[in-house]
Each structure stands twice: as C-alpha cells, then as structure tokens.
Design a protein around this ligand. Structure first.
Ligand SMILES: *Cc1c(COP(=O)(O)O)cnc(C)c1O
Length: 395
C-alpha cells in the first residue's frame, strides 16, 4: 500500500487544476504585456484568475499580487511594512515563536538591520494568547504577523480576534495563511486582515505560484525590480498557466470545503485515537482547534528520521517537523516553542491528510506504526535506560 500523508509539505494537483492548466500551457503562451490580440487574451485570463482568487478571499482584484509562492508573499508583506514603518520611526514587529521559516528568517534579517521583534509565546497547545498580544503592541509597532494555522502542529489561531486588536491599535496585520486557504474560512474584511499570504501547492494547485493580498492603501515595496507587472509591485512575466491552475484549484476545493472537512477530520480523529494507544506517545498541538488534516505525535525513545525511513519502507510517506527542517538534525523550532524538551522533539511524526486519502489508509497506518515504534525502541539505548528506570519518562 502507498499512503501519502505529507499534505502539509505539498499536495497532489486536483483534476480541476490540471484541466484548467493543460490547455493554458498549450495555448495561453502570449505575454500579457503584449499589445497584440494573443497578449490581450492572455491578459484577460490573468485578470479573470485574479478576480476569482479575490472573490474567494472577500478581497478586491486590485488587492491581489501574484508571487512565486508563499515564501515570496511572506517576505514581501513583512519587508514592505518594515520599510514603511522605518520612515515613521516604527521599527517594532510582533510575531510568534512558531512561524514558518519564510517569516522567521525574514524577521531575523530585519533584527540585524536594527528592527526589534517580540516573539509571542505559543504555550503548550500552540496558541497565541490575546492578552499577551495586546500587551506586546507598542506605540512604535508597525506590524503584527501571526500565522493562521501552523504547518507542523496544525493549531488554528484566533485570526479575527487578532485582526480586531490590530485594527483597534492601528497596527497592520499580516497572516501567513498558506495552511489555511482552501481548508478554513477566510474573509479578509470580516477578519480585519491587512496582508495575507497563500500558496497554490498547499490546496492541490501547481507549485511555484501564490499570491499576496494587500488591503487597498497598504504601501508595498518590491522584492524584484524590473517591468511594471502586478501594478509595478512584482516584476517578471506572469506565469499565466500556473495562475489559472491556482484559481481553478482554489475554486474547486472551496466548492466542497464542508464535505472535505467532515471527511478529513473524521480520518484525523480516528488516526489520533489509534496512535494514542501507543505507550509513551503524545499528541502535539491543540486537541480541537487544529487543521482538519493534521496529526502530530511524539514517541519517547524514538528518533524521528529512523522512524520516517522505516515507514517509507512500508509505503507510508510522512514527515517529522516540516519539510524545511527535516534535512537538518536540529529539532523543530515549533516543537521547542510549545515547550517540548529536545529529546522528545526529536521523536516527532507529522501525518497530514487530504480529502484524497481514505479510511483504509488510516487503518493501515494504525496497524503498522506500533510495530515500527517497538522495533526502534528495542534498539534504542535511550529507551533501555528508561525501561531500567535509570532515567524518567517525560511522556
Ligand atoms: C508551505 C508553506 C510556506 C511556503 O510556501 P511556498 O509556496 O512553498 O514558498 C509558507 N508558510 C507556510 C505556513 C507553509 O506551510
């Protein structure tokens, strides 16, 4: 059996996205900046996709800037507001300790340039505390950036409440909604969101394309200089087939969002129930406020990388930490942010489901995983000393 449980890293493309993209790759090759008929036709398709995506977010088409993905959108959002803030003597930013690296590394770069960043604690369940957010906002704060849902532990933040606090305090609010778009409700006006990042390949669209929503009036600066595409805010010939694929994927996934949520969260809950039976295991993240497809466990005395390799041999494709951290031996910054000790954070497993998975696959993983854990524990000196009582169990 082959089980793909790594949908937070990326998803398979939907039929709807493929059906929209394949003819576009063949036929819509003209440059949208060209004045001839084919160019203008390409321009029309580009603008149609922009309108469709804006509609899905409750935004205006002119508030959408196409980018190469979520990382670029995060970079552009944060750097734009930081530059704007610097001109007004507002060089303080509020964020959290468990953001995606596209946000964290951008903030770290700004810190080296003299900005100050307050990283809010996300506590044991991976949730921002609204009172702590309120207290962190200062007169010189230009931006609050908090992710909508975490890519590793799936916890969903109170985005509308955070947006309301920012509006009241007159601070711009950016959210990395890459894990949320297509899976959770989004309305940028109702939720008081000023800037939002999304990425097509997290909702069955193509890779290498995403967008930044920036509310009218928010002043953006360019990461890429060149032509006047995207209202002069993002140079480079637009990847129209990918943008068309992104719009088709988003419309498609939203057209059965509630159905997907019911199906995927039922599989998630069964998986959590099954894996909780494994001794000395712990579910990471919030018990209920979590993405429909996110399961994240720690197993004491087990090393994440070996676990992944053994699961892969059984056809189970999963992840420990995020795709970006899995090549390094450092434990996930997200698991450390929720207070897990290093040795426990090393034994983490992330299984992320989509509506393309089945309950049979869930049952297969529930059957196979305990044996793999036991096998690894039997070879582990850490486990041996826990069993002998030389060291104490943490979970
Ligand atoms: C995947 C992801 C990103 C990066 O998006 P890309 O399109 O791969 O650049 C950013 N933030 C979160 C939360 C993600 O899950």
């Amino acid at each position: 059996m082959n089980v793909y449980f790594d949908n937070a890293a990326t998803t398979a493309m939907s039929r709807a996205a493929l059906d929209a993209m394949i003819p576009a790759l063949q036929d819509t090759y003209a440059n949208a900046s060209s004045l001839h008929t084919a160019g203008q036709l390409a321009k029309e398709k580009l603008e149609q996709a922009r309108t469709e995506i804006a509609d899905c977010l409750g935004a205006q088409p002119r508030e959408i800037i196409f980018t190469s993905g979520g990382s670029e959108a995060d970079n552009q959002a944060i750097i734009s507001v930081a530059k704007w803030g610097a001109k007004r003597n507002k060089k303080h930013i509020v964020s959290t300790a468990f953001e995606h690296h596209a946000v964290l590394h951008t903030l770290q770069k700004l810190e080296k340039e003299g900005y100050e960043v307050t990283y809010l604690d996300v506590h044991e369940e991976g949730m921002v505390c609204l009172d702590e957010l309120k207290a962190a906002i200062r007169p010189d704060t230009c931006l609050v950036t908090v992710m909508y849902a975490n890519n590793e532990i799936g916890s969903i933040q109170p985005i509308a409440e955070i947006g309301a606090i920012c509006r009241e305090k007159n601070v711009l609010f950016h959210t990395d909604a890459v894990q949320a778009v297509g899976h959770l409700d989004i309305d940028v006006n109702e939720q008081n969101i000023d800037l939002l990042s999304l990425s097509a390949h997290k909702f069955h669209g193509p890779k290498g394309v995403g967008c930044l929503y920036a509310k009218r009036g928010v002043i953006l600066s360019n990461l890429i200089e060149g032509g006047a595409q995207e209202r002069g805010k993002r140079a480079g010939t637009e990847n129209i087939p990918a943008i068309i694929g992104m719009a088709a994927a988003l419309k498609d996934i939203l057209s059965h969002r509630e159905e997907n949520e019911a199906k995927v969260s039922a599989m998630r809950d069964r998986l959590i129930e099954g894996l909780s039976q494994i001794p000395h295991s712990k579910l990471n993240g919030h018990p209920t406020k979590r993405l429909p497809g996110n399961v994240n466990f720690c197993f004491e005395g087990v090393e994440g990388e070996s676990l992944l390799l053994l699961l892969d041999m059984k056809g189970i494709e999963a992840s420990s930490g995020s795709a970006c951290t899995s090549r390094s031996l450092d434990p996930s910054h997200v698991l450390l942010a929720i207070g897990l000790p290093h040795e426990i954070a090393h034994g983490s497993l992330r299984l992320t489901l989509s509506e393309y998975n089945t309950m049979e696959e869930v049952e297969y993983v529930i059957r196979e995983l305990p044996g793999v854990i036991e096998y690894l524990r039997n070879m582990s000196p850490v486990w041996e000393s826990l069993e002998k009582g030389e060291t104490k169990h943490v979970i």
